[in-house]
Write a protein that binds this ligand. Structure first.
Ligand code: CP
Ligand code: NVA
Length: 338
């Protein structure tokens, strides 16, 4: 696998970052290596600025803490400026179309981040704006999260990524489940998706992952059997109800996904080296509005993960959150750097 460094040209310059499958397996690994170098440089005080004077629009039609902050801090570290458009802060979708917004932003900005429901919207922005567009999460894919997850697993494993394994439990039909199976396949990992059948990734996504696995040597397992978590390096989960979904689906999710909750017993089953990961936000206690609602309605403290796992010694969720910064920086440097 080729290993590039930031001292070389940026081989992906000018491209958009819309979904994992738009990149080759080697290009995907390149982002992770670049992020690792940028992280080390920031820590050592030797970071070079490759984005000086550039302007980047951050368009969020859904809420965010990590993704927004990572784009803003990464841009500032690299000498670029950002404009944040919040879910109600522009005409997009109300009296201005995606097509018109794309052409306006493309005249003013060097790059555009977009978060919303629709993959078609982020694709259209990329097609019509004429500048690189970064997918900050749609219902189908969460590719910037994948790079942070991969960097975190690399840092917490004593083996190369292609000898490392992870399991994802929960709703695997949505952005996190779909992106994890594909990204793991591209990196040559052993990927175990553990979900009830109706929550498993669609067959076209599994086929794409299997195709990439044939190239990378990855192993892909999709099952509803919880025992499949045995002897695994990392356990991932995600919120049972994602942004934009109706509150009413909580009843069905709790009923169906409760056996797939990440508990201390499940971590024991996974084996002694297993670490816990979560893209966050997580429902792990009753200290938030959502957590309190889950407690009042179902008598559960936490939903997809038990608080003792989330707060326990095997949890690496805040390392994972920090890596959103370094990996999003790598995406912007790779695609816009000069
Ligand atoms: N993991 C993630 O995307 O977090 P935010 O929703 O806070 O951006
Ligand atoms: N599946 C979650 C991920 C949040 C980062 C959502 O879409 O809300």
């Amino acid at each position: 696998m080729p290993y590039y460094t930031i001292l070389m040209d940026f081989p992906l310059h000018g491209r958009s970052f819309l979904r994992e499958l738009d990149f080759t397996n080697d290009e995907w690994a390149y982002f992770i290596n670049l992020a690792s170098e940028l992280k080390t440089a920031k820590r050592n005080g030797t970071e070079q600025q490759y984005l000086r004077g550039l302007n980047i629009a951050l368009v969020f039609e859904k809420m965010s803490t990590r993704t927004r902050c990572a784009f803003e801090v990464a841009a500032a570290d690299q000498g670029a400026h950002t404009t944040y458009l919040d879910p109600s802060g522009s005409h997009l979708g109300y009296k201005e179309s995606v097509a018109d917004t794309a052409r306006v932003l493309g005249r003013m900005y060097d790059g555009i981040e977009y978060r919303g429901d629709s993959q078609c919207t982020v694709e259209e922005l990329a097609h019509l704006s004429g500048v690189p567009v970064f997918n900050g999460l749609t219902d189908l894919w969460h590719p910037t999260q994948m790079l942070a997850d991969a960097l975190t697993m690399k840092e917490h494993s004593d083996k190369p990524l292609n000898e490392t394994s992870f399991a994802y439990l929960g709703d695997a039909r949505f952005n996190m489940g779909r992106s994890l199976i594909v990204s793991g396949a591209m990196l040559g990992m052993r990927v175990v998706i553990v979900a009830p059948q109706e929550f498993q990734p669609p067959s076209d996504v599994v086929s794409e992952a299997e195709q990439r696995a044939r190239e990378s040597g990855a192993e892909i397992i999709v099952t509803d059997e919880i025992e499949a978590v045995r002897d695994i390096d990392f356990i991932h989960t995600d919120m049972w109800v994602s942004m934009g979904e109706d509150e009413a689906v909580w009843d069905e999710r709790v009923r169906t996904l409760l056996p797939y909750r990440v508990t201390e017993e499940l971590m024991e089953q996974a084996g002694e080296r297993a670490h816990f990961m979560h893209c966050l936000p997580a429902v792990h206690d009753n200290m938030t509005t959502v957590g309190q609602r889950v407690f009042d309605r179902y008598g559960l403290i936490g939903a997809e993960v038990a608080n003792r796992v989330f707060e326990g010694p095997r949890s690496i969720v805040f390392d994972q959150a920090e890596n959103r910064l370094h990996t999003i920086k790598a995406v912007m440097v790779a695609l816009l750097g000069r």
